[in-house]
Design a protein around this ligand. Structure first.
Ligand SMILES: Cc1ncc(COP(=O)(O)O)c(C=O)c1O
Length: 360
């Protein structure tokens, strides 16, 4: 079977070139006679891979020495809990913005361990819009301000980093990291599950200002403290070596393909094309406020939901998979991360037009 156009929200499409490299190296990696999965994380060849991956990520994103970069496990979900435990002291208030399912989950975990101030909640728009900035209820001396850069399920994105004064900004960037250039210096912390734009599942990237973690996490077991993993080069325990290696291959692929500026141009063009196709039709609709539409996850509904199953069946037969929307939203969702090429968008639009012509 040939490769399909994979619109999965995550784990998601990876660049074919990266997969081919991994395949070629699988049973005899760098002349070791072993796969990369079979060597010690402390061996010289693996440490070289780990260090190169970190250096490439720093170069791609422009991460200065003021920040620690960590390759961890536990997913973005574990970060929902580790962030309040590490970046806020007992009794300190944490500010959290809710714009959809993921920031809501983060809120719940924050509330489990710290005093949380809900800055604003997009519930009134059924999470199709971000509450206006002048309605936000911010805390002057909050330990940090947390938001989700892109709600993967609802397709709601904040395209600008919120200005919250001197309070450190913490962003769940799981579904937008590496999709365009960003100014890392505007953030106290960025974190992301890898399984969208970085590599396979099992790896979580944390980029955090060193001064924020220097004295945090008092009373926590060592393994839950950011400082432990930062000091140990993310090797306080055995890291997810294969996922780290794969991430390194993806970073290298992005570098060879024009870096984040090129990714940003392509992603913006891909999203614009698909939104234009949706908006030009009465048969398809996207509910999200235009200024907050995601570049990465584009949900859309059919005028007649009874046709959803047929749409999914026929699109799959035409070589396009994972278009089913999240169960909480329904309809369809096209996730179009870095590794999803413009040809996939063109194929999807052509299919959508033909489907509307025969069923509309
Ligand atoms: C924006 C966002 N945050 C958090 C998560 C949870 O990530 P994980 O499953 O790696 O814990 C996801 C998963 O898709 C996500 O899209």
């Amino acid at each position: 079977m040939s490769r399909v156009f994979n619109f999965s929200a995550g784990p998601a499409a990876l660049p074919l070139e990266v997969l081919e490299t991994a395949k070629a190296e699988l049973t005899d990696w760098q002349g070791t006679g072993m796969s990369v999965m079979e060597v010690s994380h402390r061996s010289k060849p693996f440490v070289a891979v780990a260090e190169q991956a970190e250096a490439d990520l720093r170069e791609l994103m422009g991460v200065s020495d003021d920040y620690a970069v960590m390759f961890l496990q536990g997913g973005a979900t574990q970060q929902f809990a580790l962030i309040p435990m590490n970046l806020a002291a007992d009794g300190q208030t944490v500010d959290q913005l809710v714009t959809g399912s993921w920031s809501k989950k983060a809120l719940k975990q924050g509330q489990a361990v710290r005093t949380v101030n809900l800055v604003a909640d997009g519930a009134d728009s059924n999470y199709t819009d971000v509450p206006a900035r002048d309605s936000w209820n911010l805390t002057d001396d909050a330990a940090y301000f947390h938001y989700c850069g892109n709600e993967t399920i609802g397709g709601v994105e904040l395209h600008d980093v919120p200005d919250v004064g001197n309070v450190p900004v913490v962003c769940d960037m799981s579904s937008t990291i590496l999709s365009r250039p960003i100014d890392v210096d505007k953030f106290g912390m960025i974190y992301a599950g890898a399984q969208k734009n970085i590599g396979p599942a099992g790896l979580t990237i944390v980029i955090v200002r060193k001064d924020l973690i220097a004295s945090g996490g008092a009373g926590l077991p060592d393994i839950l403290k950011y400082s432990t993993q930062a000091d140990a080069g993310s090797m306080s325990n055995t890291p997810p070596t294969f996922a780290w290696y794969m991430a390194g291959l993806v970073f290298d692929w992005i570098k060879r393909n024009g870096g984040l500026a090129a990714m940003g141009e392509q992603n913006s063009a891909k999203a614009a094309k698909l939104y234009a196709a949706i908006d030009s039709s009465d048969f398809y609709a996207n509910p999200v406020a235009i200024e907050h539409r995601s570049w990465m996850n584009i949900p859309f509904t059919l005028a007649n939901a009874d046709l959803d199953a047929l749409f999914l069946e026929q699109s799959a037969a035409a070589g396009m998979t994972n278009l089913k929307g999240h169960r909480s939203v329904g309809g369809m969702r096209a996730s179009i991360y870095n590794a999803v090429p413009m040809e996939a968008i063109d194929a999807l639009i052509a299919f959508m037009e033909e489907f509307e012509r025969t069923n509309g």
